[in-house]
Write a protein that binds this ligand. Sequence first.
Ligand code: NZQ
Ligand code: ZN
Length: 387
Amino acid sequence: MNNFDYYNPTQVLFGKGQIAALSKVIPRQAKVLMLYGGGSIKKNGVYDQVKTALSDISLLEFGGIEANPTYETLMQAVALVKAEKVDFLLAVGGGSVIDGTKFVAAAAVFDEGQDPWQILEKWGGNIQAALPFGCVLTLSATGSETNAAAVITRAETKAKRSFMNRLVFPKFAILDPTTSFSLPLRQVGNGVVDTFVHVVEQYLTLPTQAKVQERLAEGVLLTLLEEGPRALSEPDDYDVRANLMWAASCALNGQIGAGMVQDWATHMIGHELTALYGLDHAQTLAVVLPSMLRVRAKQKREMLLQYASRVWQLESGDEDERIELAITKTEVFFENMGVKTHLGDYGLNEQHMGAVLQALEEHKMTALGETRDVTLAISRQILEMAL
Ligand code: NZQ
Ligand code: ZN
C-alpha cells in the first residue's frame, strides 16, 4: 500500500427529512446565498423544503447554474456575493451546482486583480481562502458533495478544466435519497455510470496490496450492478436510491483512492468530448472507458483479472478471455443503464477526433494514466476504437 494523507471534514446528514436539519448546520447570523440549477428543485419540492428550513435566516438566491457549469455564469454569482457581502453559500442540486458553488466560494475571495479563471489554470493550487459552504444533493453521481474537487467550463474557449483544494470541502452535505425520485431515467443511468467509472479510475490500475480499499471498491461496484438496474425498473424504491446515493459519495470521498495508484485518463479525455460536443459527462465515460481498458490491458492486467473474478465471477477461460469478457460485460452494463458506449451513437465520427486531440494537447493532457503513458497517439487509438 502506498503512503497517503487522507482528509475529509464534510459532515454528512443522510436520510429522509434531513433537509429540515439545515437550520442546525447553517450559522444563525450568516448571510446565505442559495445557488441552484435550471429549476428542477422548484418542481420536486426541494426548494420549498430549503426555504422552510431557513425561514428565519437571511437568504439570497442565485439560480440558473447549467449542467457543466460555466465560468461566465458563475462570475455573475461571484459579483452578487461581493455586492451583498454574502458569507455562507448553500448549493442545492447535482454535481454541477455543487462544483459551481466551490468555484464561487474560492473566486469570491480570490486575489483582487487576478482573473479567477487562474484557479483552473493552476488546478486549484493557488487558492488561499474560500467562503464556507454546504450542499443539499439532488443527484447522486459525482461525489462532489463530499470531496474537494470541481470541474468548470469556460464557454468562450470550450475549455472544461478541473481544480482541487482542501479549502473547498463542503462543511456539510445533506443527502436525502427522496430528492432523487424526480430524476429523469437518463440522469439515473448517468449517475450509476459516473459512480462506476470513479471507482474504476482508482481501482483498475496497478496492484498496491491495499486490501481494504480494493474491497471497498469492489463493494461499491457490486452494489451498482445490483441496484443500478433496479433504479430503472423500480423507480420508487427508497432503499435502492439510498444505496446509490451513498455509493456515489463513497466512490469519490477519498477512501477508495487512499494508498492506491490512480488513473483518471478516461475522465480527462471525456471532459474534452463534453466541452467540444456537449455529451453528458457519463456518456463520455461510457464511450471512453471500454477502449481505455482494452488498449491498456497490458498495464492493468493484474487488476483486470481481479476485477473479472471478484466483480464478474469469471473463473473459466484463459486470462485474455476473462479480461475481454469483463470489459464486454462492463459495456453491456452501461448500455443496460441506458448510456450508449460508442461515439457514433452520439453522432461523432473520425472527423471529430482531431479537435479532441488538439484540445488534449492545449490542456497539457499528453501523458495521462497511472503510468503516464497515455500519449496523444494512445488517446487517438482509444478514440478510434470507441467510434
Ligand atoms: O439544473 P436542474 O434544473 O437542477 O436539472 C439538473 C440537470 O439538468 C437535473 N437534476 C438534478 N437533480 C435533479 C434533476 N432533475 C430532476 N430531479 C432531480 N432531483 O439533472 C441534470 C444534470 O445535473 P448535473 O448537476 O449537471 O449532473 P451531475 O451531478 O452528473 O454533475 C455533472 C457535473 O459534475 C462534474 C461533471 O464534469 C459535470 O460537469 N464532475 C464533478 C466531479 C467532482 N466534483 O468530483 C467528478 C465527476 O467526475 C465529474 O467530472
Ligand atoms: Zn465523473
